[in-house]
Design a protein around this ligand. Sequence first.
Ligand code: ZN
Length: 114
Amino acid sequence: MRPIIIRDSKVPVMLSLFVDIAAITLFPFIFIRTGQDSDRIIRHETIHFYQYVETAVVGFLLLYLTDWLRGLLRYRNPDKAYMRIRFEQEAYDHETEEGYPENRQAYAWRAYRV
Ligand SMILES: [Zn+2]
């Protein structure tokens, strides 16, 4: 199973209300803003794609939100809370690693802590 990549998309622009979003994965699509297409971005978002698969989509959304809220309570800082989301930790740690999304251990994000 592979993501459907939509380049030059307006979706990240429309969702950039509070922070600038370069790309976003909304299963099964990866939407990439004009000028943001890179191997690193695609790898990062493809890791999220597989995390969606592992959590039956709805689990990704619920865990993403609860991790962020837990981080917000703990750190009182929205940016720090975002970086502590387990799905983001895995994606940022491995976004420069060629072949990682396809070869990663399933549920690798479980090794991380908020
Ligand atoms: Zn991400």
